[in-house]
Design a protein around this ligand. Sequence first.
Ligand code: PMP
Length: 445
Amino acid sequence: LKENNARHVWHPMAHTADSLANPPDIIVGGDGVEITDVDGNRVVDAVGGLWNVNLGYSCEPVKRAISDQLDKLPYYSIFRGTTNDAVIELSTMLRDFFEPDGLSRAFFTSGGSDSVEVALRLARQYHKIRGESGRIKFLSLKKGYHGTHTLGASVNGNANFRTAYEPLMPGCYHIPAPYTYRNPFNETDPQKLAQLCLSALEDEIRFQDPSTIAAFIMEPVLGAGGVIPPHESFMPGVREICSKHGILLVSDEVITAFGRTGSWTGARHWGVQPDLLCCAKAITNGYFPFGAVMVAEGVAEVFEKDETGKGSIGSGYTYSGHPVGAAAAIACLHETERLNVKDNAAARGKQLHEGLRKLFMKHELIGDVRGGHGLMCALELVADRATKAPIDKATIGKVHRTAYDNGTMVRVSGNNIILSPPLVLTEGHVDTILNALDAGLAAAG
Ligand code: PMP
């Protein structure tokens, strides 16, 4: 298995040479918040699959819903006037769920990258229908991650995810992120930094000319970029600036929707209503590839009232509104609400963040501890606290490996250890994660 894995599986975001030299863990089982590898080791999954297995690995109602739907209707498309009953039921549930965010219409996709692609296309099309066809540019945050399709890659704020494929979409510009540990302003005060980033956004909009900009896309808490929560003034400030200039605000909530931040959505966490919201991942908890773009009524109306017919949407996927995905999502949403996972995310997130801050006092390797908004946390590891020089790959690999040997799977991304466990974990599981990290940092330090 290990040899075939290294030789024949092309692993996203990993180098083949690495997987040969350091064979990855082959996961063969999942139960609750734990996973089991091919050698029989059982560990707490502090990665939560890939930020998506919010309800854990043995959510019986979801499994049953998938199996029942497979028996009833395994597939029917929602293209060109046909539909299926599961997707209609899901859309009304989503309307209720996202009502406080001002979002009432769902465009279904097959995952997060699709959702970003659709949202950005809809933004351009929206302006076109309204006679503002010059609004074609997109703004986003440095450190932002928006998936791998061409539009998403173009707005990705991390050059590592762009340069291999350039030239990407022209007209995409990146604004400094409110990242207190490292930023071009050398500002460590979160509120002042938020203000500086908002000014940079205003400057860029002026420089580009507001009438050329279609949308600003951001994650309410930057995820893959290293879990970077902004100051509470930041997203409301972005909302205000976008509204002032007629720019649509797209909240990329592929990670944050459905409770991860301790609120039902990231935008709601900051008291903001976006124009479009991208979701995927926890919408089906990892049990089926699925996603949606939630659209504000005011945006949807523009498409509906278009008399030229251009409002008919020219994009969609064979698997848009897949009935099995819809059935999985319905069951996930019921469980998500029944278990009130957002409150557990807030409580366990607080415990985890506090525990990580204690590890900071103990381990020099930790340069920065980030979190404090539900179950999204990160440790940024450095070779030297004074210079903030990033840690080398072998040392962070040792933290990862030792943590695993001590019962916890964590994720390494650059010089960050990222934690995004299932939202249903217990106090004891958080202790396991912290003890494993303590052991990992001690071994590597
Ligand atoms: N947007 C964000 C914020 C993400 O975190 C991700 C995936 N990690 C994506 C988009 C892309 O989603 P997917 O991998 O499902 O295509």
